[in-house]
Write a protein that binds this ligand. Structure first.
Ligand code: HEM
Length: 194
């Protein structure tokens, strides 16, 4: 995956757990003390090794690390120059989810070798929908859980999520999403650094 992803993992660890924790995780993952380059492609193994090392160092399951990373990503992207891209994807959660593939197609203009996931919305109703997630990479459903939670916060919604693995036809993860407006309406995320 592009270095942008690994840089964000580094940003998450450094901001939540400090520079020493990052140094231990990087060392455990067998990576040199060099900055990641956003536009450079790294083997997927680098990202998986980082998640495994973070899991071991922080004593949290890999799924929890991926989920936390997903939440962080929805804020981080806006901070590193993709705020307009995030805004253009939609002003409501269902609109945004319907536009996820288009969003990654636009990302592909800057990252030509992107191997993006694919999403499809089904069964949309007033307070929920089903989202299919297709990826060539294994084990990233918890990342999508975190991304959805981050998007819920962005649109001031509390989400109820259920997911299942579908192996019939082209294998994918299916997320059943229901939302309710948050009682405490804050300002929309994007400019926030929280
Ligand atoms: C402006 C915002 C975004 C940017 C710049 C961006 C960019 C990227 C990049 C560079 C990758 C790595 C793929 C590769 O290098 O081959 C990626 C992967 C991914 N993105 Fe996005 N993305 C954005 C928003 C989102 C959002 C909102 C979601 C919500 C569902 C999402 C879901 C994913 C997932 C699940 C992957 C993991 C790869 C996989 O499943 O195979 N992205 N994205």
């Amino acid at each position: 995956m592009y270095g942008l992803i690994n840089k964000a993992v580094e940003g998450l660890v450094r901001s939540r757990f400090g520079d020493d924790a990052w140094a231990r995780i990087r060392t455990r993952a067998g990576l040199p003390d060099e900055p990641f380059v956003s536009m450079e492609q790294y083997p997927d193994k680098t990202t998986y090794d980082l998640v495994a090392a973070a899991s071991a160092e922080l004593g949290a399951p890999a799924e929890a690390i991926l989920e936390e990373f997903g939440r962080y990503w929805t804020v981080y992207t806006a901070e590193v120059g993709y705020g307009e891209l995030m805004r253009s994807a939609g002003s409501t959660l269902p609109e945004f989810l319907r536009n996820l593939d288009q969003l990654h197609t636009r990302v592909q203009l800057s990252f030509p070798h992107l191997s993006p996931p694919s999403f499809a919305v089904q069964g949309e109703h007033a307070d929920g929908l089903d989202l299919q997630y297709y990826s060539s990479r294994p084990g990233l459903a918890p990342l999508v859980v975190g991304l959805l939670r981050g998007l819920g916060e962005r649109f001031n919604l509390d989400l109820e999520l259920k997911s299942e693995r579908v192996e019939v036809g082209r294998a994918h993860d299916l997320f059943h999403i229901r939302w309710t407006a948050r009682a405490n309406q804050g300002s929309a995320r994007g400019s926030s650094t929280a």
